[in-house]
Design a protein around this ligand. Structure first.
Ligand SMILES: Cc1cc2nc3c(=O)[nH]c(=O)nc-3n(C[C@H](O)[C@H](O)[C@H](O)COP(=O)(O)OP(=O)(O)OC[C@H]3O[C@@H](n4cnc5c(N)ncnc54)[C@H](O)[C@@H]3O)c2cc1C
Length: 291
Protein backbone atom coordinates (compact mmCIF):
# COMPACT_ATOMS: atom_id res chain seq x y z
CA UNK A 1 0.00 0.00 0.00
CA UNK A 2 0.98 3.62 -0.32
CA UNK A 3 0.81 6.20 2.46
CA UNK A 4 -2.04 8.68 2.79
CA UNK A 5 -1.28 12.11 1.38
CA UNK A 6 1.03 14.35 3.43
CA UNK A 7 2.88 17.62 3.19
CA UNK A 8 6.68 17.24 3.15
CA UNK A 9 9.32 19.56 4.66
CA UNK A 10 13.07 19.02 4.86
CA UNK A 11 14.39 21.82 7.09
CA UNK A 12 18.12 22.60 7.05
CA UNK A 13 18.39 23.55 10.73
CA UNK A 14 17.15 22.26 14.07
CA UNK A 15 15.40 25.58 14.76
CA UNK A 16 13.45 25.32 11.49
CA UNK A 17 12.47 21.73 12.32
CA UNK A 18 11.28 22.75 15.79
CA UNK A 19 9.30 25.64 14.31
CA UNK A 20 7.55 23.24 11.92
CA UNK A 21 6.71 20.94 14.85
CA UNK A 22 5.41 23.93 16.80
CA UNK A 23 3.28 25.12 13.84
CA UNK A 24 1.78 21.71 13.07
CA UNK A 25 1.66 20.03 16.53
CA UNK A 26 -0.04 16.63 16.54
CA UNK A 27 -0.42 16.65 12.73
CA UNK A 28 3.36 16.45 12.21
CA UNK A 29 5.80 13.54 12.46
CA UNK A 30 9.58 13.62 12.38
CA UNK A 31 11.09 11.38 9.69
CA UNK A 32 14.58 10.08 10.57
CA UNK A 33 15.66 6.69 9.15
CA UNK A 34 12.07 5.89 8.15
CA UNK A 35 12.51 2.20 9.08
CA UNK A 36 9.54 2.22 11.44
CA UNK A 37 7.55 5.27 10.35
CA UNK A 38 7.40 4.49 6.63
CA UNK A 39 6.04 0.93 7.05
CA UNK A 40 3.43 2.31 9.49
CA UNK A 41 2.45 4.97 6.95
CA UNK A 42 2.34 2.43 4.12
CA UNK A 43 -0.03 0.26 6.15
CA UNK A 44 -1.93 3.47 7.01
CA UNK A 45 -1.50 2.75 10.71
CA UNK A 46 0.03 6.25 10.83
CA UNK A 47 -1.42 9.10 8.79
CA UNK A 48 0.60 12.22 9.60
CA UNK A 49 -0.53 15.27 7.64
CA UNK A 50 2.96 16.75 7.77
CA UNK A 51 6.35 15.05 7.54
CA UNK A 52 9.39 16.87 8.93
CA UNK A 53 12.37 15.07 7.39
CA UNK A 54 15.34 15.84 9.65
CA UNK A 55 18.00 14.14 7.51
CA UNK A 56 19.39 17.43 6.15
CA UNK A 57 20.03 18.95 9.58
CA UNK A 58 23.79 19.05 10.16
CA UNK A 59 25.39 18.38 13.55
CA UNK A 60 23.03 15.66 14.78
CA UNK A 61 25.26 12.76 13.76
CA UNK A 62 28.12 12.15 16.20
CA UNK A 63 29.57 9.84 18.85
CA UNK A 64 31.40 11.58 21.72
CA UNK A 65 33.02 10.27 24.88
CA UNK A 66 32.14 12.87 27.55
CA UNK A 67 32.81 12.38 31.29
CA UNK A 68 31.80 8.75 31.60
CA UNK A 69 28.96 8.97 29.08
CA UNK A 70 28.83 8.22 25.38
CA UNK A 71 26.82 11.03 23.76
CA UNK A 72 25.24 9.94 20.48
CA UNK A 73 23.54 12.45 18.16
CA UNK A 74 19.94 11.54 17.33
CA UNK A 75 20.63 11.19 13.61
CA UNK A 76 23.51 8.75 14.11
CA UNK A 77 22.77 5.56 12.16
CA UNK A 78 22.67 2.24 13.98
CA UNK A 79 25.39 1.05 11.58
CA UNK A 80 27.68 3.83 12.85
CA UNK A 81 27.11 2.58 16.39
CA UNK A 82 27.90 -0.97 15.26
CA UNK A 83 31.24 0.06 13.73
CA UNK A 84 32.30 2.79 16.20
CA UNK A 85 35.60 2.00 17.94
CA UNK A 86 34.73 4.54 20.67
CA UNK A 87 31.52 2.65 21.49
CA UNK A 88 33.21 -0.75 21.24
CA UNK A 89 35.90 0.46 23.65
CA UNK A 90 33.71 2.31 26.14
CA UNK A 91 30.22 0.80 25.85
CA UNK A 92 30.63 -2.64 24.25
CA UNK A 93 27.21 -3.68 25.55
CA UNK A 94 25.70 -1.29 23.00
CA UNK A 95 27.86 -2.73 20.20
CA UNK A 96 26.70 -6.24 21.14
CA UNK A 97 23.04 -5.15 21.29
CA UNK A 98 23.31 -3.56 17.82
CA UNK A 99 24.11 -6.97 16.35
CA UNK A 100 20.50 -7.91 17.14
CA UNK A 101 18.85 -4.82 15.58
CA UNK A 102 17.10 -5.80 12.34
CA UNK A 103 19.30 -6.39 9.28
CA UNK A 104 22.24 -4.50 7.80
CA UNK A 105 20.01 -2.51 5.42
CA UNK A 106 17.80 -1.42 8.32
CA UNK A 107 20.75 -0.49 10.53
CA UNK A 108 22.27 1.51 7.68
CA UNK A 109 19.23 3.85 7.66
CA UNK A 110 17.77 3.47 11.17
CA UNK A 111 18.89 6.09 13.69
CA UNK A 112 19.58 6.07 17.41
CA UNK A 113 17.11 8.91 18.02
CA UNK A 114 14.48 7.12 15.91
CA UNK A 115 14.64 3.85 17.82
CA UNK A 116 14.52 5.68 21.17
CA UNK A 117 11.63 7.97 20.10
CA UNK A 118 9.71 5.06 18.55
CA UNK A 119 9.99 3.15 21.88
CA UNK A 120 9.12 -0.29 20.60
CA UNK A 121 8.95 -2.45 23.75
CA UNK A 122 10.95 -5.18 22.01
CA UNK A 123 13.73 -2.86 20.79
CA UNK A 124 17.30 -3.32 21.99
CA UNK A 125 18.51 0.29 22.47
CA UNK A 126 15.80 1.33 24.97
CA UNK A 127 16.63 -1.85 26.92
CA UNK A 128 20.36 -1.02 27.06
CA UNK A 129 19.56 2.60 27.96
CA UNK A 130 17.38 1.41 30.82
CA UNK A 131 19.88 -1.19 32.05
CA UNK A 132 22.76 1.28 32.19
CA UNK A 133 20.66 4.22 33.42
CA UNK A 134 21.15 6.49 30.39
CA UNK A 135 19.58 9.80 29.42
CA UNK A 136 17.60 11.23 26.53
CA UNK A 137 18.11 14.87 25.52
CA UNK A 138 15.07 16.51 23.91
CA UNK A 139 14.59 20.01 22.50
CA UNK A 140 11.37 21.93 22.05
CA UNK A 141 9.76 25.36 22.45
CA UNK A 142 10.65 25.43 26.16
CA UNK A 143 14.32 24.67 25.46
CA UNK A 144 16.23 21.53 26.38
CA UNK A 145 15.19 18.74 28.76
CA UNK A 146 17.33 15.82 29.88
CA UNK A 147 15.23 12.80 30.84
CA UNK A 148 16.25 9.54 32.45
CA UNK A 149 15.32 6.35 30.62
CA UNK A 150 12.79 5.64 33.40
CA UNK A 151 11.07 8.99 32.83
CA UNK A 152 11.28 8.88 29.04
CA UNK A 153 9.61 5.52 28.29
CA UNK A 154 5.94 5.68 29.28
CA UNK A 155 4.24 2.64 27.67
CA UNK A 156 3.94 0.83 24.30
CA UNK A 157 5.28 3.17 21.58
CA UNK A 158 4.69 6.10 23.93
CA UNK A 159 7.29 8.39 25.48
CA UNK A 160 7.40 11.61 27.48
CA UNK A 161 8.25 13.46 24.24
CA UNK A 162 5.78 16.24 23.37
CA UNK A 163 4.62 16.57 19.72
CA UNK A 164 6.56 19.86 19.56
CA UNK A 165 9.81 18.26 20.77
CA UNK A 166 12.61 16.30 19.11
CA UNK A 167 15.15 13.88 20.53
CA UNK A 168 18.54 15.45 19.83
CA UNK A 169 20.94 13.21 21.77
CA UNK A 170 21.01 9.90 23.62
CA UNK A 171 23.55 9.33 26.42
CA UNK A 172 24.75 5.87 27.39
CA UNK A 173 26.92 5.50 30.52
CA UNK A 174 30.26 3.87 29.76
CA UNK A 175 30.89 0.32 30.94
CA UNK A 176 33.92 0.13 33.30
CA UNK A 177 36.76 -1.88 31.66
CA UNK A 178 36.76 -4.50 34.44
CA UNK A 179 32.97 -5.03 34.22
CA UNK A 180 31.34 -7.96 32.46
CA UNK A 181 28.42 -7.39 30.10
CA UNK A 182 26.17 -9.24 27.69
CA UNK A 183 23.09 -8.83 25.54
CA UNK A 184 21.15 -12.00 24.81
CA UNK A 185 17.82 -12.30 23.02
CA UNK A 186 15.49 -14.83 21.54
CA UNK A 187 13.69 -14.13 18.28
CA UNK A 188 12.19 -16.47 15.70
CA UNK A 189 14.72 -15.48 13.00
CA UNK A 190 17.81 -13.34 13.29
CA UNK A 191 16.82 -9.74 12.53
CA UNK A 192 13.28 -10.08 13.84
CA UNK A 193 12.30 -8.06 16.87
CA UNK A 194 13.14 -9.88 20.11
CA UNK A 195 10.47 -11.99 21.74
CA UNK A 196 12.46 -11.37 24.91
CA UNK A 197 15.90 -9.78 25.27
CA UNK A 198 18.15 -9.10 28.27
CA UNK A 199 20.91 -6.53 28.77
CA UNK A 200 23.23 -6.98 31.75
CA UNK A 201 26.37 -5.47 33.22
CA UNK A 202 28.10 -6.74 36.38
CA UNK A 203 31.12 -5.57 38.32
CA UNK A 204 33.07 -7.70 40.80
CA UNK A 205 35.69 -6.78 43.38
CA UNK A 206 38.95 -8.70 43.87
CA UNK A 207 37.15 -11.31 46.00
CA UNK A 208 34.66 -11.63 43.10
CA UNK A 209 31.86 -10.09 45.17
CA UNK A 210 29.40 -8.14 43.06
CA UNK A 211 29.76 -4.38 43.53
CA UNK A 212 27.33 -3.34 40.80
CA UNK A 213 24.70 -5.05 38.68
CA UNK A 214 22.51 -3.55 35.95
CA UNK A 215 19.83 -5.62 34.27
CA UNK A 216 16.95 -4.72 31.95
CA UNK A 217 14.69 -6.71 29.65
CA UNK A 218 12.78 -5.97 26.47
CA UNK A 219 9.70 -7.78 25.17
CA UNK A 220 8.08 -8.25 28.59
CA UNK A 221 5.81 -5.19 28.84
CA UNK A 222 5.13 -1.73 27.47
CA UNK A 223 8.53 -0.33 28.44
CA UNK A 224 11.96 -1.80 29.19
CA UNK A 225 11.77 -3.72 32.47
CA UNK A 226 14.48 -2.62 34.92
CA UNK A 227 15.15 -5.69 37.06
CA UNK A 228 15.84 -3.87 40.33
CA UNK A 229 15.04 -6.78 42.68
CA UNK A 230 17.35 -9.09 40.73
CA UNK A 231 20.09 -6.45 40.82
CA UNK A 232 19.67 -6.25 44.60
CA UNK A 233 20.05 -10.04 44.90
CA UNK A 234 23.42 -9.86 43.12
CA UNK A 235 24.87 -6.76 44.77
CA UNK A 236 27.17 -7.44 47.71
CA UNK A 237 27.23 -11.21 47.21
CA UNK A 238 29.69 -13.67 45.79
CA UNK A 239 27.87 -14.54 42.60
CA UNK A 240 27.48 -18.30 42.60
CA UNK A 241 25.24 -20.27 40.29
CA UNK A 242 22.64 -20.38 43.07
CA UNK A 243 22.62 -16.57 43.26
CA UNK A 244 22.24 -16.30 39.46
CA UNK A 245 19.36 -18.76 39.62
CA UNK A 246 17.69 -16.72 42.38
CA UNK A 247 18.05 -13.51 40.35
CA UNK A 248 16.67 -15.21 37.23
CA UNK A 249 13.71 -16.66 39.17
CA UNK A 250 13.01 -13.20 40.59
CA UNK A 251 12.85 -11.69 37.09
CA UNK A 252 10.63 -14.51 35.80
CA UNK A 253 8.30 -13.98 38.77
CA UNK A 254 8.12 -10.20 38.50
CA UNK A 255 7.65 -9.51 34.79
CA UNK A 256 4.06 -9.17 33.60
CA UNK A 257 4.20 -9.60 29.82
CA UNK A 258 1.17 -9.81 27.58
CA UNK A 259 0.73 -12.72 25.21
CA UNK A 260 0.53 -12.17 21.45
CA UNK A 261 0.86 -14.22 18.29
CA UNK A 262 4.62 -14.62 18.92
CA UNK A 263 4.21 -16.19 22.36
CA UNK A 264 1.94 -16.46 25.36
CA UNK A 265 2.49 -14.44 28.53
CA UNK A 266 3.64 -17.64 30.31
CA UNK A 267 6.15 -18.37 27.57
CA UNK A 268 7.60 -14.86 27.80
CA UNK A 269 7.88 -15.15 31.60
CA UNK A 270 9.75 -18.42 31.15
CA UNK A 271 12.03 -16.84 28.53
CA UNK A 272 12.66 -13.88 30.83
CA UNK A 273 13.87 -16.25 33.55
CA UNK A 274 16.00 -18.45 31.31
CA UNK A 275 17.56 -15.57 29.35
CA UNK A 276 18.34 -13.58 32.51
CA UNK A 277 20.33 -16.53 33.82
CA UNK A 278 22.07 -16.99 30.48
CA UNK A 279 22.92 -13.28 30.15
CA UNK A 280 24.30 -13.06 33.69
CA UNK A 281 26.50 -16.12 33.18
CA UNK A 282 27.84 -14.64 29.93
CA UNK A 283 28.48 -11.26 31.60
CA UNK A 284 30.23 -12.90 34.57
CA UNK A 285 32.59 -14.80 32.27
CA UNK A 286 33.89 -11.42 31.08
CA UNK A 287 33.97 -9.67 34.48
CA UNK A 288 37.45 -8.95 35.77
CA UNK A 289 39.08 -9.70 32.41
CA UNK A 290 40.20 -6.23 31.27
CA UNK A 291 40.72 -5.79 27.51
C1 LIG B 1 12.15 -5.60 9.06
C2 LIG B 1 12.51 -4.71 10.21
C3 LIG B 1 13.11 -5.29 11.32
C4 LIG B 1 13.47 -4.47 12.41
N1 LIG B 1 14.03 -5.07 13.48
C5 LIG B 1 14.36 -4.31 14.56
C6 LIG B 1 14.94 -4.90 15.71
O1 LIG B 1 15.20 -6.10 15.78
N2 LIG B 1 15.23 -4.07 16.75
C7 LIG B 1 14.96 -2.72 16.73
O2 LIG B 1 15.24 -2.02 17.70
N3 LIG B 1 14.44 -2.16 15.64
C8 LIG B 1 14.13 -2.90 14.56
N4 LIG B 1 13.57 -2.30 13.47
C9 LIG B 1 13.27 -0.85 13.53
C10 LIG B 1 14.48 -0.02 13.23
O3 LIG B 1 15.48 -0.17 14.22
C11 LIG B 1 14.14 1.47 13.12
O4 LIG B 1 15.23 2.06 12.54
C12 LIG B 1 13.87 2.23 14.40
O5 LIG B 1 12.85 1.65 15.17
C13 LIG B 1 13.39 3.65 14.09
O6 LIG B 1 14.44 4.44 13.70
P1 LIG B 1 14.31 5.34 12.43
O7 LIG B 1 15.48 6.26 12.45
O8 LIG B 1 14.16 4.49 11.23
O9 LIG B 1 13.00 6.18 12.76
P2 LIG B 1 11.75 6.56 11.86
O10 LIG B 1 11.14 5.34 11.29
O11 LIG B 1 12.09 7.65 10.93
O12 LIG B 1 10.81 7.14 13.02
C14 LIG B 1 10.23 6.31 13.99
C15 LIG B 1 9.41 7.15 14.97
O13 LIG B 1 10.27 7.98 15.76
C16 LIG B 1 10.00 9.37 15.52
N5 LIG B 1 11.31 10.02 15.47
C17 LIG B 1 12.40 9.64 14.74
N6 LIG B 1 13.46 10.42 15.04
C18 LIG B 1 13.04 11.31 15.98
C19 LIG B 1 13.68 12.34 16.70
N7 LIG B 1 14.97 12.62 16.54
N8 LIG B 1 12.94 13.05 17.58
C20 LIG B 1 11.64 12.78 17.77
N9 LIG B 1 10.97 11.78 17.13
C21 LIG B 1 11.67 11.06 16.25
C22 LIG B 1 9.23 9.43 14.22
O14 LIG B 1 8.40 10.56 14.15
C23 LIG B 1 8.45 8.13 14.28
O15 LIG B 1 7.33 8.28 15.10
C24 LIG B 1 13.22 -3.07 12.37
C25 LIG B 1 12.64 -2.49 11.24
C26 LIG B 1 12.28 -3.30 10.17
C27 LIG B 1 11.66 -2.66 8.97
Amino acid sequence: MKPAQFEYFDPGTLDEALKLLRDHGDDAKVLAGGQSLVPLMNFRLARPKVIVDVNKIPGLDYVRDVDGMIHIGALTRQRTVETSSVIKGKCPLLTEATYWVGHLAIRTRGTVGGTIAHADPAAEYPCVLSALGGQVVVKGPAGERVLTADDFFVTFLTTALQPTEMVTEVRFPTVPPEAGWAFVEFSRRHGDFAIVGVAAMVQLDKQRKCTDARIALCGVGGTPFKARSAEAILKGTEVTDKVIQAAAEKVGGEVEPEGDLHGSAEYRKHLAKVLTGRTLRKALEKAGKVG
